[in-house]
Design a protein around this ligand. Sequence first.
Ligand SMILES: CC(=O)c1sc(CCOP(=O)(O)OP(=O)(O)O)c(C)[n+]1Cc1cnc(C)nc1N
Ligand SMILES: [Mg+2]
Length: 613
Amino acid sequence: MVLERVNSPEDLKGLSLEELQALAEEIRSEIIRVTAQNGGHLASSLGAVELILALHRVFDSPRDRILFDVGHQAYAHKLITGRKDRFHTLRQEGGISGFTKVSESPHDAITAGHASTSLANALGMALARDLKGEDYHVVAVIGDGALTGGMALAALNKIGELQKRMLIVLNDNEMSISENVGALNKYFKELQIRKWVQDAEKLGKQILERISPQLFGLVDRAKEAAKLLLHQENPFYAWGIRYVGPVDGHDLKTLIHILEHLKALEGPTLLHVVTKKGKGYKVAEADPIYWHGPPGFDPKKPEKVSKGYTWSQAFGDAVTELAHLEPRLFVITPAMREGSGLVRYSLEHPERYLDVGICEDVAVTTAAGLALRGMKPIVAIYSTFLQRAYDQVIHDVAIENLPVVFAVDRAGIVGADGATHHGVFDIAYLRTIPNLQIAAPKDALELRAMLKKALELGGPIAIRYPRDNVERAPEGAWPEIPWGKWEVLKEGTEAYILAFGKTLRYALEAAGDDPRVGVVNARFLKPLDREMLRALARYKLLTVEDHQKMGGFGSAVLEALNELGLKPEVRILGLPDRFFEHGPIPGLHRQAGIDAQGIRQALAEMGLVPIHE
Ligand SMILES: CC(=O)c1sc(CCOP(=O)(O)OP(=O)(O)O)c(C)[n+]1Cc1cnc(C)nc1N
Ligand SMILES: [Mg+2]
C-alpha cells in the first residue's frame, strides 16, 4: 500500500511513476469507500486525482499555495496532506469539511464552497508575495463550471494585465453539476477536438520522423507557427495569459513533465487539462450528474437512491404546471437545474428556461431584463448563492419594483455542506430592500398558492423554503391564500409561538397539547401581519426561525411592535452570531436552540414550564 507511506506531499517526491499510479488507485478506492458511507462530492473528486498528485509532486505545498475553486474536488488533496486518518469523518459533525478550509490545514490555501473565488484569491496572494519579496508558487485549480462565474472572468482580466507569476489549471470535464454551459465551454470542446487533431499529428510526426528528419523539422516548425497563429484567437491570449493545452488530466507522466516546465515560466500561465468527471468509477463516469454529490451508497452495488419528495421537486412541479397557465412565465437557474428541481420544467418548457452558468448576478439581472420587457421571470436560487446577487436584487429589480419572483431554496441550515452553504442570512439581507416582499410556505400547497399569487401580484417577491422533504400537493391544486395574513394553527391562553417553514414543526411539537401555548404560521415575513400581531400582543410572544437571529424575523417583529407602541414579553429564537459548521440538520438545530427542545426551554424561561414535566 503506497498511501500508508504518504503523510505529506513531500512523500510523493520519492515515488516512482508506477507507485504514483498505484497511489492514484488507492486514493480512488478510499474516496469511494468514504463517500459511500458519508455522501459527498464523488465524481468531481474522482476526476481530479491524477491532477492533484501531479501538482503536489511538482510543487511544494504548503510553501507553494495550491488553491481549489469550490474546493469540492479536493478529496485527494486532503488524503495526501495529512488528513487520511480523519478522512472517514468527511462532512460529519465535528469531522473534516467537504471543501478546503484554511482553519483545517496549512495546505488548504483558501476556504471555499462558493465557486469562482480562486483566481482573485490567487491574484491577491501573488501580489502579496511580490510585495514582500517572497518566493513561492501560486497555483489555482478551477473547473470549467466555476470559470463561467463572473468573478473568475473578471479576475482573469486583471491577472493578464498585471502579469504576476502564477499558474491557473483549468480542470475541464465539460460538466458543472449539470452539463456545463456558455460560449467558453463550446470553445473548449472545439479545443478538445483539436486535441484529437494533435494526437493524430503526433502519430503523423512519428511516421514522418522515421522517413526524413529534415522534412520533419520543417513541418514541425510550420506547425508551431500555425499553432501560435491558431491560438491567437484563443481568449486567454486576449487576456494576456499564456495558454498551454489541452492535455490529458489523467496522464500522470505528461502532467508532471508539463508542470515541471511551466513552473519555470514567468507571468501567468493557464494549463488546460481535460478530465473525466467520475473517472475510475463506472457509474460516476456514466452519470456524473447524479454522482456529483450522491448521498450514501453501496460501493459494491452502487445504485441511485431517491431522497424522497423534496421542496425543490414541489417547486419544479408547480412551475411546470404554472407555465401552462401563464405564458409569460420564464424560469432561470444559475447552474442548479437538478438541485432546484427544474429537470422536468427544462424538458417541458425549454424555450422558457435558462441556465446562465454559475453566475447568480447574471441570473437576477437577466430576470430584470425579461421583466422590463413583459415577461414574468422566476429566479430559482439557493439562499446561500443569492448572496452573490444582492446588489442586482436592489439595483436591477427592486428600485423599479419589477415583477421578479425569487424561489429561494435551501433556506436555513442545510447540513453536510456546512458554513459556506447554510442559507441563514436571506431574511436579513432581503427584508431591508424596499418593495421586496418575503414569504415562507408551510407546505407544498402553500408554496403553490404563493407562487401563483406572486406572479399575479407583480413586484419583487422572495419565497423561501428549506432543504427538506415535503408532502406532495395534488396536481392542479391552486388554493387561494390571503396574501400578507398569518394563520393561527393552535390557540393559546398565555403565549404564542410565531414560526414559519421548518420551525413550525418544532413549534407544534413544543406546544403539544398545552392549552396555554398557541402556534402561528407566520408565513409572511414582509410585510408582517401587523393586525394579527396587534391582537397577539396581549400574550407572551416567542419567535423562532431557521435563520440568523440578528436581522431576522424576530427582529422584524420587535421593530413592528415598537412602531405599534406595543410592549409584550418577546423572546427571539434564531441562530446565534457565529457560523455553523457541517453536520446533520437536526443536530445543528439542537445546537442553535431552535428545535422543539429549545422552544420548550425558552417557554419555561418565560414562566411556561411544561405541564407534564
Ligand atoms: C459544491 C457546489 O456547491 C457546487 S459544485 C458546482 C459545479 C462546479 O463545476 P466545476 O466544473 O467547477 O467543477 P466539477 O464539479 O469538477 O466539474 C456548482 C454549480 N455548485 C453550486 C454553486 C453554485 N453557485 C456558487 C456561487 N457556488 C457553488 N458552489
Ligand atoms: Mg467541471
